[in-house]
Design a protein around this ligand. Structure first.
Ligand SMILES: [Zn+2]
Length: 458
């Protein structure tokens, strides 16, 4: 088993028992963290001099529709209705299994490049087991750690005559994956279920889907929706009453929630993921990071769709933090209080939202999210001497408020180096080949859907 000793400029473990260490050391053995401390007196097969770097846990992107990578950027001026018309009702229906593969491969590589080591791939464009299999292949081939959340395509009603809201999650596909290649919860790619939930699906479907997820021992996740559009009114409260809402369920957005709604989530141990950049783009309500946190929730963060915004988790983390801080400052003023004397949201909290909290939401916190001995070696190193970074005083301040994807020098996932010296280790020729496939995939999907980006130069 290969061992690697990393001599860090700064070691940010996020493990409260170890803390942050200037000049700390991290020892990896195989795919796991063996030790973390100030001076380990360890010998190793390889030593990495990271004295000019900040060493930190890999970021966790807790919600992304990676299958949309080939359509990146087309929606930056769309509004909500455009998304459903152009994507779910049109472009999504043009996808072949190979389109899911190339989107997931290239989308996951972009995540690695930007310092994300774990991706929750909320794959809701699956119309056959081949679409699912190839989406999983893309994640596996990228080298990322991923939760493949098996979902269903929205226009499924077009084929069956039944509206998608009334179609239960297809058992045979989940069963095939769970009893086959995604049987292990200890593998680099694991399984979850991306379900309609009560805002998008009928009550019978909700009951069926949650029971099925529990039967297979899977976390389920669902999108919330504008209150007046929900299929089941007060659906999550109804789920709670029926014993169907618990720590094995994750909600995404919640931007129309009030305090009572958040209490239902927190009191039942369910989790809530915000995708602040996309929510700022066109959601009617506020991102829930601040309000959820005030109710004792542990926010997690995701990118959602790269059609609207950058997929960089550093940017998402910064947007979430600034939004939450601004919200707390304004709330304090609205309550008639004198100006706050201490910052209401610490930087370290935002780093936890983007690491350990995402891990907790998908039951991965025993494996990732902090640099704790015994956990998997999912590690990111940032160049502390880059022109936008130096000098570094508090490495957490620098990670959360100063750094960007361009500062990511090294990414290790499951003990394997996936980026080094600022370059992906995927292989240049292979990357070029796959890049062409991604471009061809996007062009074909848009051609078949007779969709053009109206403002694009010709
Ligand atoms: Zn989403």
């Amino acid at each position: 088993m290969k061992s690697t000793l990393i001599k860090c400029g700064w070691l940010v473990t996020l493990d409260p028992d170890i803390g942050d260490l200037k000049g700390g050391e991290l020892l990896i053995a195989g795919n796991a963290i063996k030790a973390a401390g100030r001076s380990l007196n360890a010998t190793a097969d390889e030593t990495i001099d990271a004295s000019d770097k900040i060493v930190m846990p890999g970021l966790v992107n807790a919600h992304m529709h990676t299958w949309e990578t080939a359509l990146r950027g087309i929606a930056v001026e769309w509004m909500s209705a455009d998304y459903f018309k152009n994507v779910h009702s049109n472009l999504a229906t043009r996808y072949k299994p190979e389109d899911n593969y190339i989107a997931n491969l290239m989308g996951a590589l972009a995540q690695i490049d930007a310092g994300c080591t774990t991706l929750v791939d909320w794959c809701h464009n699956i119309t056959s087991i081949e679409h699912a299999e190839r989406a999983v292949d893309g994640l596996i081939d990228s080298g990322i750690r991923a939760v493949f959340a098996h979902g269903t395509a929205k226009p499924i009603g077009l084929e069956t005559g039944t509206p998608f809201t009334h179609v239960p999650h297809p058992r045979e596909r989940v069963e095939a994956l769970r009893k086959g290649r995604l049987a292990s919860d200890d593998a680099r790619v694991t399984l979850a279920m991306a379900i309609l939930g009560p805002d998008w699906g009928a009550w019978e479907v909700v009951e069926h889907d949650i029971r099925m997820a529990r039967e297979f021992g899977l976390v389920s996740s669902s999108h919330t929706r504008r209150r007046e559009d929900c299929v089941v009114p007060d659906g999550y409260a109804k789920m709670a009453k029926a014993g169907l809402l618990g720590p094995d369920h994750n909600l995404v957005h919640g931007t129309s929630y009030d305090t009572a709604d958040l209490r239902v989530v927190v009191d039942n141990g369910a989790t809530l993921t915000s995708t602040v950049l996309v929510e700022l783009h066109h959601h009617i309500g506020d991102a829930m990071v601040a309000a959820y946190r005030e109710q004792g929730g542990a926010p997690s963060l995701g990118i959602d769709v790269e059609l609207y915004c950058s997929g960089q988790m550093f940017r998402e983390m910064q947007a979430a933090l600034l939004f939450a801080r601004g919200k707390e400052v304004r709330n304090n003023a609205l309550r008639g209080n004198s100006p706050l004397k201490t910052n209401p949201v610490r930087s370290r909290e935002a780093l936890e939202w983007a690491t350990i909290n995402g891990a907790k939401a998908f039951k991965l916190d025993g494996k990732i999210g902090t640099l704790t001995p015994g956990k998997k070696a999912d590690i990111v190193m940032l160049n502390a001497d880059d022109v936008n970074m130096a000098p570094v005083y508090d490495p957490v301040y620098s990670i959360v408020e100063i750094a960007g994807a361009g500062n990511v020098d090294t990414v290790i996932i499951d003990g394997v180096i996936r980026k080094r010296n600022g370059k992906l280790t995927f292989g240049e020729a292979e990357y070029r080949r796959r890049l062409n496939e991604l471009k061809e995939s996007g062009a074909r999907i848009m051609r078949d859907g007779n969709y053009k980006v109206a403002s694009a130069p010709h």
